[in-house]
Write a protein of this length. Structure first.
Length: 230
């Protein structure tokens, strides 16, 4: 290490370079590096599986003040894979949810309740254009009409953290518009309530779920094609 600083008789440039590299990793890395790695190595996802995020516990007393005060802290993106060309192929679509703030933000998420279409209930789903009558995740959304959400369905995204959930559709579910490359997809997240608490005497008045203005967030619409995703 000492030889590194002595080489050329000037260690100042080396020190400055190291500082700049650290700053790059701290400020740019959380947003750029995961996406770069996932595009370079297709077997690497951009974040942890959303189903493995930490579950909420005792929301009456345990919430992030920064996360609770954040407005519209979530970013949503969808990344479709290539259209399969053989009967044993699958269409893989990844949903990427990012917390853009420095607080911990709660979301309603259950991998077994991610659906195709929007029935007005809380959670994550996919919308295809044109609408497909054949695509299904075989999941059922159980959050319709709820004013209080089971804590096992509340997941916590840490500061600047992102998570990924992938949905796979077998070839026999794909309609002609998808197979012919004439379809697009977008993801959405809906939350219908801040989450009423069934107990009194806690620090917080609700479960802290009303973080999105209007309660609804969509990703951009992305074409499904035979080109490599990225």
């Amino acid at each position: 290490m000492l030889a590194l600083f002595r080489r050329g008789g000037d260690s100042s440039n080396t020190i400055i370079g190291i500082i700049l590299l650290v700053m790059l990793l701290v400020f740019v890395g959380p947003n750029v590096i995961p996406g770069l790695l996932s595009r370079t190595f297709t077997f690497i996802d951009e974040g942890v599986p959303c189903g493995r995020l930490r579950q909420a516990e005792n929301r009456a007393n345990h919430q992030s003040l920064i996360g609770r005060s954040a407005r519209n802290p979530l970013s949503l993106r969808v990344q479709p894979g290539q259209i399969p060309t053989t009967p044993d192929g699958i269409l893989r679509i990844s949903i990427i949810i990012t917390n853009t703030t420095i607080g911990t933000v709660p979301i309603i998420f259950d991998p077994n309740q991610v659906i195709v279409g929007d029935n007005g209930s809380s959670g994550v789903g996919l919308i295809f254009t044109p609408a497909s009558g054949t695509l299904s995740t075989n999941n059922q959304r159980l959050t319709g009409g709820l004013s209080t959400f089971p804590e096992e369905t509340i997941r916590l995204l840490g500061p600047r953290q992102r998570c990924v959930h992938s949905v796979e559709f077998p070839f026999n579910q794909l309609d002609a518009s998808i197979v012919n490359g004439q379809s697009s997809v977008r993801a959405y997240y809906r939350i219908t309530s801040a989450g009423a608490l069934g107990i009194t005497g806690g620090i917080f008045a609700d479960q802290g779920l009303a973080v999105i203005d209007g309660g609804y967030l969509e990703s951009g619409n992305v074409a499904i094609s035979n080109a490599p995703s990225g």
